[in-house]
Design a protein around this ligand. Structure first.
Ligand SMILES: Nc1ncnc2c1ncn2[C@@H]1O[C@H](COP(=O)(O)OP(=O)(O)OP(=O)(O)O)[C@@H](O)[C@H]1O
Ligand SMILES: [Mg+2]
Length: 336
């Protein structure tokens, strides 16, 4: 990474919905629903940009002057969620010392963005359905119906169809929310966008941290090939590290090469496989796939093994054994 560049690169426009046909398709959906109040369900893996899409819908709509209110249904304890969304009356429960309006009231004439809608408890799903149908709700502990005029945008990275099949998500709510569905593709399926995104983050962080760093052509190639299981958020954080840390770019190159290793070993089938039994070939393939997945998750969580074991749904001990079996080693990091 070169720090001696005299002139900072010109700041590019944020590369939203520009660099890939699927993102341009999303932009045209946003434009076509701008003057409607339809509910929208945004789907996609964590870090793909669902929040940005939701904000873009709000900004393009006639409600842009109203508030954009975001509620993360997974981040608020279930027993508080109803009051958070719909408010409560004084004395509704222990600790309800005064009347409190809910987020739906703040979103009046604006947009309410319900993130991680798949985590909404069944009882609240019924209440939300009621709001979507009747544009009315009652506060917790209250009886008077309150009118609401808010556009609802929901987002999830969960498989709602599977949740429905398990009885954890109401079918009627699913269809009510899903009037327009926007699927934001993972970054690995729109790699063409990576150079523009990298340039955008680079100029943003150079300005933020008073640096003038540039990316070498080799790094750019590695960036476009990286798996990015954490999607745009992971890319953003990586570029931030490259800008902030003296050897951030070298660290990434070392890490990217390591992540690519398992792929390289998967690709060509060695000669001896001709004489291998099908079972042995399958077993080896599974081992390589496991190694690849393990390396990818570990990189994503920056080698936080406890978090990796949670994501992979194995015990901490099993994870350590797997790491040793797959001969994976943590990259050396100066700062964490
Ligand atoms: N096209 C883009 N241009 C610039 N920044 C982007 C773009 N897409 C995503 N980002 C950035 O990546 C980060 C993750 O995006 P966002 O929070 O919208 O993802 P998400 O899909 O809502 O993730 P989660 O499921 O974890 O909530 C944010 O900091 C966002 O600003
Ligand atoms: Mg989000």
């Amino acid at each position: 990474m070169d720090t001696d560049v005299a002139e900072p690169a010109p700041t590019p426009e944020p590369p939203l919905f520009e660099g890939h046909p699927r993102m341009r398709a999303i932009r045209s959906i946003i434009e076509s629903i701008a003057d409607t109040d339809t509910t929208v369900l945004i789907r996609g893996e964590s870090g793909v940009g669902k929040d940005l899409v939701a904000r873009a819908i709000h900004s393009a709509s006639a409600r842009a002057k109203g508030l954009f209110v975001k509620v993360n249904c997974a981040a608020i304890p279930q027993e508080l969620l109803e009051s958070e969304l719909f408010g409560h009356e004084k004395g509704a429960f222990t600790g309800a010392l005064r009347r409190k309006p809910g987020q739906f009231e703040f979103a009046n004439q604006g947009t309410i963005y319900l993130d991680e809608i798949g985590e909404l408890p069944l009882a609240l799903q019924a209440k939300l359905l009621h709001v979507l149908q009747d544009f009315q709700f009652t506060r917790v502990g209250g009886h008077a119906p309150i009118d609401v005029d808010a556009r609802v945008i929901a987002a999830t990275n969960r498989d709602l169809e599977e949740a429905m099949a398990r009885g954890e998500f109401r079918e009627d709510l699913y269809y009510r929310l899903n009037v327009v569905e926007i699927q934001v593709p993972p970054l690995r399926e729109r790699r063409e966008e990576i150079p523009a995104l990298a340039a955008w983050f680079l100029s943003k962080f150079n300005a933020q941290y008073g640096r003038q760093k540039t990316l070498s052509p080799e790094t750019l190639v590695l960036l476009t090939e990286h798996p990015w299981s954490g999607n745009v958020r992971e890319l953003e954080n990586m570029i931030r590290r490259m800008v902030v840390l003296a050897d951030g770019e070298r660290n990434f190159e070392a890490q990217a090469t390591r992540v690519r290793l398992p792929q390289a070993t998967v690709a060509p089938l060695p000669k001896q496989s001709v004489s291998e039994s099908l079972r042995e070939i399958a077993r080896r393939g599974a081992r390589e796939a496991e190694r690849h997945a393990l390396a990818e998750v570990l990189e994503r969580v920056r080698w936080n093994r406890a978090e990796a074991s949670r994501i992979l749904k194995v015990s901490y001990k099993t994870l350590l054994n797997k790491i040793a079996e797959c001969e994976l080693t943590a990259p050396v990091r100066r700062l964490s």
